[in-house]
Design a protein around this ligand. Structure first.
Ligand code: SAM
Length: 285
């Protein structure tokens, strides 16, 4: 027996999530983007995506009735979860009692919470995100300081399929744009699991997917602000040639020429690596 297995207790027996929802009157609110996951096997599979969470710090946005929260706690994480819907707090307090010392629940808006200060460096961020703030939260995490990695360890995030496709997109397709470049220039991003709409209560109109993002050391000499300006200009007019879309951005056309990118190309054909090179040269000028 290893030291690890010796100290592990069997997971506590919990009531079915449907009963939790009924007991606490948690009818789903559309305004809060509430589509709950109730299948515990599916939830355990999502919680396994980041790898072992045992004794790892973790951060969850929108625990709701606590389905994914349970799975992350069963996996052994030390979790901080922020929930905007106060109706969910009593159910989450029960979960906190069932996993002593593992769960701290914050009542509030994830957009206003300092996740790093609350969850600590090295936290795994894992969430079935509310669709209305999901992309903004992702961009916030991707924009963190990278020294040489960000404060968080991994992102395991459920999005609507269309957003997931935009995050992992490769050049050449309609999905490829700013979000792909910002997600991939210093991270690996992949779709780890597709989730059918029928897995949610209530089912949303579209399919969903869990995206797994692992950070890499940032390319040297490239600043996020240059990449942001470059991709905003390039994809702001994505059907136009770079010669046209980048002409208002100081240093951009010179940078294209310096690395031999044809200005007649369109943004959707430019690889993440090429955008990084252009941004690096723009930063030097
Ligand atoms: N984690 C639960 C699950 O997987 O079944 C619920 C996921 S549901 C898609 C999104 C959750 O985020 C809801 O519980 C909702 O109340 C919460 N939420 C919505 N906006 C929020 C915000 N700005 N800050 C924190 N939580 C929010």
């Amino acid at each position: 027996m290893t030291a690890d297995t010796r100290t592990q207790l069997p997971p506590p027996k919990l009531p079915p999530l449907r009963d939790v929802i009924a007991a606490h009157g948690l009818q789903a609110s559309k305004a809060l983007g509430q589509n709950f996951l109730l299948d515990e096997q599916l939830l355990d599979r999502i919680a396994a995506i980041p790898g072992s969470l045992r004794d790892q710090p973790a951060f969850e946005v929108g625990p709701g009735p606590g389905g994914l929260t349970r799975a992350v706690l069963r996996a052994g994480a030390k979790l901080v979860a922020v929930e905007r819907d106060q109706r969910c707090l009593p159910a989450l307090a029960e979960l906190s009692d069932a996993f002593p010392g593992q769960l701290r629940v914050l009542s509030g808006d994830a957009m206003q919470v300092d996740a790093r200060a609350e969850a600590g460096d090295g936290a795994h961020i894992i969430a079935n995100l509310p669709y209305n703030v999901g992309t903004a939260l992702l961009i916030g995490w991707l924009s963190a300081e990278w020294t040489p990695l960000p404060w968080w360890s991994t992102l395991t995030l459920m999005f609507q399929m269309e957003v997931a496709e935009r995050i992992v997109a490769k050049p050449g397709g309609d999905h490829y744009g700013r979000l792909a470049v910002l997600s991939q220039w210093r991270s690996d991003a992949r779709i780890a699991m597709k989730v059918h709409r029928s897995a949610f209560t209530p089912p949303p109109k579209v399919m969903s997917a869990v995206v797994h993002i692992t950070p890499k050391p940032a390319p040297e000499g490239v600043q996020l602000k240059h990449l942001e300006r470059l991709t905003a200009a390039a994809f702001g007019q994505r059907r136009k040639m770079l010669r046209q879309s980048l002409k208002g951005l100081p240093g951009a056309l010179e940078a294209l020429e310096a690395i031999g990118i044809d200005p007649q190309r369109r943004a959707e054909t430019v690889s993440v690596g090429e955008f990084v090179e252009v941004a690096r040269i723009m930063g030097k000028s």
